[in-house]
Structure formats: structure tokens, C-alpha cells
Design a protein around this ligand. Structure first.
Ligand code: AQP
Length: 350
């Protein structure tokens, strides 16, 4: 079975973008894949070192995974800090990745802002740890939102450079496999990961500005729907969402140049498991005064049960911690197997 890996940071309230871009896809992938879903708590230190509520944030992301329908018995749910092999491989990848590659990362540029001198080294190295998260399991498929596309391209570059740099060691080790990259045959240790970014809402935008990503760190709470918002909160935010004065178009082409209309159509489509074309076939020609109430009903119908279950789970932190402990032990066993092989390939003495 293909191995799927993805992670979510325990930094602030989860929002509809995290749900549609990531968690909803995690759930759908469970039937035909072996899945590992990780609360990436080490990543949470990159932008801010001290978190007063770290434990509750980790539990809340775990609760969201479980409430959305991830099965922690058939699959693996864990937090990153329980598997030190991620950090070990990240160090090796820090020595594989080139400064020039990292300097091109737009997330670093956005998050570091103008005062780069004061950004943490961890924030700069973030994509290297992300590559290690995935490749320490030799995962092949990674469901993420579109904002993570560049980091996954970097993951492929790191995997490819490791494979080529160590080709002479990988071949006799017996741990490699023959793959083709483009039309180049390579005897590889790491696979080339495939990002899974498709769907009608790969990048959910702010409800206040259709050109900005919906984000945990946006100071306006009205810009996002949080998974913990109640029905009234969801309704208020959608009612206040920015729109333009025109009716919805009948075809997807008509959404060009109308970022807010495009965003709300995409959100509806993703929540309803439809395409934007389907949604416009139903609502094309209608005003937002008709579309918004339908979107409110749908969003509440999908999110209310998740919200309720998250609250129920959060009342029993002992259960959540037990899930993470079990997942952590199973993940560690897999990661240690890979790391033993990598240490041998590099030539570290045991
Ligand atoms: N707006 C979004 N649309 C679609 N997918 C999104 N994701 C995040 N925002 C959107 C996806 O959610 C997953 C987990 O994200 P993360 O917790 O690792 O961190 P993030 O991307 O930094 O989340 P935020 O909310 O955007 O935080 P800030 O405000 O810090 O920038 C990832 O798969 C991500 O693609």
C-alpha cells in the first residue's frame, strides 16, 4: 500500500483552510493507503519558542484528527517530538540542502518578514525538517494545501541529491531500489514524493480578502472559520464575508478576477464533495444573498459534528495522550529502521 504522511502544526486554532487543504484529505486517503498523521510540535518552535499552551494545542490538533474521522488504530497518529529520528535525519538533510535552495523558500521570506537577522535558524531550516518528517518513513504521498507545494519540491530535491551523492554506497547496501526520475535511471534510497494538492479548495482564502490565504496568524478572527466556531459564529462570519455586487457566474471561467466569489464557490464545492462546475450549475445567476445562506447551512452541517466531537475528546486528555503514545511507539519503530539503514549508508560506526 502507498505510504501517506502529513503533518499539522500545533500553533493556534485550526481553521477551514487546514481542514479542507489537509485534514479532510487525510480522512479520505485512509481506505487505500497506509497513513501517518503527525502533530508537528518541533515545527511549532520555529516562529515562537515558548508556548504556554503547547500541551493543549497538541491535544487539540489530535482531537481534530480523531473528530474528523482518522482511525488511529488502522493508521498512525502521533506527535513529532516523540520520534527523535525526525530531528536526526533533519540534521543530515541540513548538510544535503544548499543555502541557495533554502533562501528561495517563500514561506521563510513571508514569516521572517523584513527583520531576517532576528528570524530563528529553525525557521530557515524548517523545510529540511519537513523533508525529514516525510522521508524518515520513505513516504510517497503527501496531502497538503497549495502553500506547501514549494516545500515538497524541495523535499524531492533533497531526496534526489542524497540518492545521487550516496549512489556508490546505496548500491552495495542492498537498501536501494531502481527508480526513474524524468528519464534518468537512479538507484535510490529515497522515493520521489508526490504532493496531493488537488481538489476545489487547495488554497482557502481569507473571508475578508480573497487574495490572502486564510491563516491562523491573521489578526482578524472574521477572516477565518475556526473548527471550534459554533453554528452562530460560522453563520456570522459567512454573512460578513467580503463579496462583490454581481451574481455568481454559470461557468468557472466567470470566476476569473473575482477572488471572493471564487473562494466561496471553492469552499462550497469542497464541503459538498463537488466540483466548482457542479456548484455553479446549481447557483449560477444567483445573488450572494441566496448563496451565502446555503453555504452557511452546508458549513454548519459538515463542521458542527466535528466541533462537537472535538469538545468531547478534549474533555478526556488521558485518552488523547494514550493515542499519541501508541502512535509514537509505532512511528519510532519504523523511523529507527530507516535511520539504521541511513547510518550504514553514510558509514557511521555502530
Ligand atoms: N488557507 C489554506 N488553504 C488550504 N490549505 C491550508 N493549509 C494551511 N492554510 C491553508 C494547510 O494546512 C496544513 C497544516 O498547516 P500548518 O499547521 O502546518 O501551518 P500553516 O500552513 O502555517 O497554517 P496557517 O494557518 O497558514 O498558519 P500561519 O498563519 O502561521 O501561516 C498544511 O497542509 C497546509 O498546507
Amino acid at each position: 500500500k502507498p505510504l501517506v504522511f502529513s503533518g499539522v502544526q500545533p500553533t493556534g486554532n485550526l481553521h477551514l483552510g487546514n481542514y479542507l487543504g489537509a485534514i479532510r484529505k487525510f480522512v479520505a486517503l485512509q481506505d487505500n493507503n497506509d497513513c501517518m498523521y503527525c502533530v508537528v510540535d518541533l515545527h511549532a518552535l520555529t516562529a515562537q519558542l515558548v508556548h504556554d499552551d503547547m500541551r493543549s494545542q497538541i491535544r487539540s490538533i489530535t482531537a481534530a484528527f480523531l473528530a474528523a474521522g482518522i482511525d488511529p488504530v488502522k493508521h498512525i497518529v502521533f506527535n513529532q517530538s516523540q520520534v527523535p529520528q525526525h530531528a536526526e535525519l533533519a540534521w543530515i538533510f541540513n548538510c544535503v540542502a544548499r543555502m541557495g535552495w533554502m533562501e528561495r523558500m517563500t514561506q521563510f521570506k513571508d514569516k521572517a518578514g523584513k527583520d531576517r537577522e532576528r528570524a530563528s535558524l529553525g525557521l530557515f531550516a524548517y523545510p529540511s525538517l519537513m523533508a525529514a518528517d516525510i522521508l524518515v518513513y520513505r513516504a510517497t504521498h503527501v496531502p497538503v494545501g497549495e502553500d506547501q507545494k514549494q516545500h515538497l519540491e524541495l523535499t524531492r530535491d533533497i531526496a534526489m541529491k542524497f540518492n545521487l551523492d550516496f549512489e556508490q554506497q546505496i548500491r552495495p547496501s542492498g537498501f536501494g531500489v531502481d527508480i526513474t526520475v524524468g528519464d534518468q535511471p537512479v538507484h535510490a534510497y529515497f522515493p520521489m514524493v508526490e504532493p496531493l494538492i488537488d481538489g476545489p479548495a487547495p488554497r482557502v482564502m481569507s473571508l475578508k480578502d480573497g487574495t490572502k490565504k486564510m491563516s491562523k496568524s491573521d489578526p482578524s478572527d472574521l477572516s477565518r472559520i475556526n473548527l471550534m466556531d459554533d453554528a452562530e459564529g460560522i453563520a456570522k462570519k459567512i454573512r460578513k464575508a467580503k463579496t462583490d455586487p454581481d451574481a455568481l457566474p454559470s461557468e468557472v471561467d466567470g470566476l476569473k478576477g473575482r477572488p471572493e466569489a471564487d473562494n466561496l464557490t471553492g469552499i462550497y464545492a469542497a464541503l459538498a464533495d463537488k466540483t466548482k462546475t457542479d456548484v455553479l450549475a446549481e447557483f449560477g445567476g444567483q445573488q450572494f444573498s441566496v448563496f451565502k445562506p446555503a453555504l452557511i447551512d452546508l458549513a454548519v452541517e459538515v463542521l458542527a459534528p466535528i466541533n462537537g466531537e472535538m469538545r468531547r475528546l478534549m474533555d478526556d486528555p488521558g485518552h488523547i495522550d494514550a493515542v499519541l503514545r501508541d502512535g509514537g511507539a509505532r512511528a519510532r519503530a519504523r523511523a529507527e529502521k530507516t535511520m539504521t539503514e541511513i547510518r550504514d549508508i553514510i558509514g557511521f560506526v555502530r
